[in-house]
Design a binder for this molecule. Sequence first.
Ligand SMILES: Cc1ncc(COP(=O)(O)O)c(C=O)c1O
Length: 384
Amino acid sequence: MTNWLKHQKLLLDLVAQNGTPVYVYDQSIVETQIGKLKQAFKKLPYDIHYAMKANENPAILKIIKEQQLSVDAVSINEIKNALKVGFRPDQIIYTPSCPDTQDLKFAFDNHIHTHIGATEYFDFILKNYPEKKIGLRINPGNSIGGNQKIATGHVNSKFGIPITQIDIIKTYIALGLKIDSLHLHTGSDVKNWQDLARSVDAIFDFARHFDTLKYIDLGSGFKVKYHQDDVEIDLKSYAEYIQQKIAGFPQPIKIKFEPGKYLVSKAGVLLVKVNVVKQGFDKKFIGVNSGFHHLIRPMYYDAYHDIINLSHPDPATEKYDIVGVLCEEDTFAHDRLLAPTKKNDTLMIKNGGAYAYSMSSEYNLRDKPKEFLIHQNTIQDITL
Ligand SMILES: Cc1ncc(COP(=O)(O)O)c(C=O)c1O
């Protein structure tokens, strides 16, 4: 697991000056993760498009850009954000879910390559943009992902065009629809590369129906460690598998990946303050000055996030439920072992770099936390 405790003094000084809650990101961890991906995929003809929904802070996007990565956007505001940071239109791909045709119009007019996830958009495209080359997001009917809520390629999922609709696609190609790429993203937090490989098989088989493809986008789903006993996905074996598929494919083909979590999840933490340690009937609660409005993953996905008492990182000997401040069932962790904790201690909630700030809200009229970036032992306020 990433050693955030080496930043203990820096973080406690930050908290003393700025208060809590705050998100803190470490640039060097983002760079390390990018390096690991580049190493794993080095034998493939690949592009990496960072899924900016994971963390759209412009300072994070700048790191991504400096490392020569591109981006994947899912909304018009994400596209605008990426353009503002300096990504060229050809470095942005757009993979919306059930967009309004006005959104497609914006993307097409701004030369953003778009992955279309429903055949029902084809009439609009043929009528208004008959020359536009599009990508298709397909649904291979492969149920994978760390949690049902992040399984996006099963037969009951709203995402993508079911591969069974190939005849409809062919009809539109005959009418003039221009398709130059295929895309899928079957789920997040996938720990076994063999599960992703089933989607790879499906899309490479499907790709044989097309003779004009520039790339196949395999999405992401790369699991990172949340718990110390978790395993990270074996990307080297996954890359070798893809390499074989490319070798057996009748045309030269490029691969795209769209990692979010893998690049930024462990590069961030959420620092919160203990408001109260309270005795319940049978258990002790630690009530902190944050909640699911700042990190929704435990409540929404039942996700495990490691939590450390940053003020006193002593051996974890006491059991607590760590709960939030919202007037809702709002729990970060049940029956979690932690160092003996008291009011005003700072807790560090790990894996706060992905889907934390970007999924946050101002529910109960509570402010969003500030964001900070550590770079070469200095810490900078990067709040928008
Ligand atoms: C289309 C698409 N691509 C990429 C991602 C990134 O997935 P992950 O954060 O698991 O890498 C997602 C996540 O929801 C997605 O929907």
